[in-house]
Design a binder for this molecule. Structure first.
Ligand SMILES: Cc1cc2nc3c(=O)[nH]c(=O)nc-3n(C[C@H](O)[C@H](O)[C@H](O)COP(=O)(O)O)c2cc1C
Length: 425
């Protein structure tokens, strides 16, 4: 009896000590690191990476954090005329007239001696696909290996300067050294740009470099990153400055671009008068036609409307497509009953054309364009209006009309996430 009372006492003391320890830990100076989902969603600070004080800076000392850093490859010849390539991040445009590029090299690099001697170099701009070569050219020295031979890349004699460029790199710039600055650890070579060559494959219809196709590399902290996504409306900065406090958003990055586009897509009903190009519409249609279809029937046909009169007439006749009067292009996604064949009556064409429509909407979002699904099917009156206006054959059934244009920014995505919609079994 005495013994069990003693044991109970020991147990009670142990529980008490444990409770005190746990309570101290929770209320003590250590902040809980995991906030509940509800808390973080409702908190005005949820969008900031620092859990309590936004924009609080921490001094990290003297670091080369000039982000984004480029990763270019410098081409040069040695005394024997052997081509070499070397990766350089300490590089950038340093003058407009004459257009000049500054690149800094350590005396230990083979390229340093080459460029000092030949007074020439090329700057070769890689796409992300070439990252492994950029890394290689920065790890090995031309003093020890023939980097062109080892990589299988092709040196091409510069057209205007005494330096080789790399055939496989999408942009190559030939430079002639006009000044040299001794800076300390590095010698800075100023190269006047003599010629720039660009792979036709990365030029857009206007002859400008399409940054999405180039997809250049960012170098940061020893790693390589991809770039290339358009920041919609960034160039119209003056219009979008509203004087409101800036709210940082560091922890709301999506895992990848696809998820970002999916979550940022919204039904756009307010458009500017900026026209979209034929190429842009074709890009949207390409995305549409990439959708899955039952038995690969691809039971669709896409009408592209650009005539002002037709857009306005449809805007009048379709009660939920009034925004057609604001845009200068629209896509009508139709089921093609001939292509649907014996699957027609099963209604697969609706699913297939819906998948194509969603692809078009996502592609529009990804390109900084706005679009909205306005239904024709299954409303007889709306379908009839479209059929009559576009003079569609009997076999083409309009599923919807998608106005396409540039968004004014008034329409925002909705958060539709709701756990009640999910049943786990
Ligand atoms: C991403 C990256 C960036 C680099 N940037 C530079 C640079 O700007 N200047 C430099 O002297 N070395 C830089 N290096 C190191 C040289 O590329 C490296 O020493 C190379 O082996 C030199 O080649 P070479 O001896 O054939 O000239 C960089 C390396 C990497 C991986």
């Amino acid at each position: 009896m005495q013994k069990s009372r003693f044991l109970n006492l020991v147990l009670a003391i142990a529980v008490l000590v444990l409770t005190i320890l746990l309570t101290t830990k929770e209320n003590g100076s250590e902040k809980p690191t995991i906030a509940t989902a509800v808390e973080s969603e409702n908190s005005p600070l949820a969008s900031s990476d620092s859990s309590t004080i936004p924009f609080q800076k921490k001094s990290v000392g003297i670091k080369s954090y000039l982000y984004p850093q480029p990763a270019m490859v410098i081409g040069s010849y040695d005394k024997e005329g052997k081509p070499n390539m070397m990766t350089a991040a300490w590089i950038g445009i340093c003058n407009s007239d004459p257009l000049s590029i500054a690149v800094s090299m350590r005396p230990a690099t083979y390229s340093y001696g080459n460029v000092t001697e030949t007074k020439s170099f090329t700057v070769n701009i890689p796409s992300s696909q070439l990252a492994k070569y950029v890394s290689y050219a920065g790890r090995f020295s031309g003093r020890d290996v023939d980097k062109f031979k080892e990589t299988g890349l092709t040196p091409v004699k510069g057209e205007f300067v005494n330096a080789p460029y790399i055939k496989e790199f999408p942009i190559v710039i030939e430079c002639e050294v006009t000044a040299i600055h001794e800076l300390g650890s590095h010698r800075q070579f100023i190269g006047k740009v003599i010629d720039v060559k660009v792979d036709e494959a990365i030029l857009d219809a206007k002859g400008n470099v399409d940054l999405n196709l180039l997809n250049p590399i960012i170098y940061a902290g020893g790693s390589f990153y991809e770039t290339g996504s358009l920041i919609p409306r960034a160039e119209r900065s003056a219009e979008d400055i509203d004087g409101l406090p800036f709210v940082a958003n560091y922890n709301q990055r999506y895992m990848n671009k696809t998820l970002e586009v999916i979550h940022k897509r919204k039904s756009v009903r307010h458009f500017t008068n900026q026209p979209v190009t034929k190429e842009q519409i074709e890009t949207l249609l390409r995305a549409g036609m990439a959708a899955p279809t039952a038995v690969n029937r691809q039971p669709w046909v896409f009408y592209v409307i650009t005539q002002r009169e037709t857009l306005d007439l449809l805007s009048e006749k379709l009660p939920y497509a009034k925004m057609l009067s604001q845009v200068q292009a629209a896509i009508v996604v139709c089921g093609d009953m001939e292509k649907a064949g014996n699957l027609k009556d099963l209604g697969y064409w609706v699913q297939d054309c819906s998948a194509a429509t969603e692809n078009i909407l996502l592609a529009a979002e990804s390109m900084g364009l706005g679009a909205v699904w306005t239904a024709a099917y299954p409303y007889d009156d709306r379908a009839k209006a479209v059929i009559e206006e576009l003079n569609l054959p009997e076999t083409h059934i309009p599923l919807n009309v998608i106005p396409i244009g540039y968004p004014t920014g008034e329409d925002l995505p909705k958060n539709k996430w709701n756990v009640d919609n999910i049943i786990w079994k």
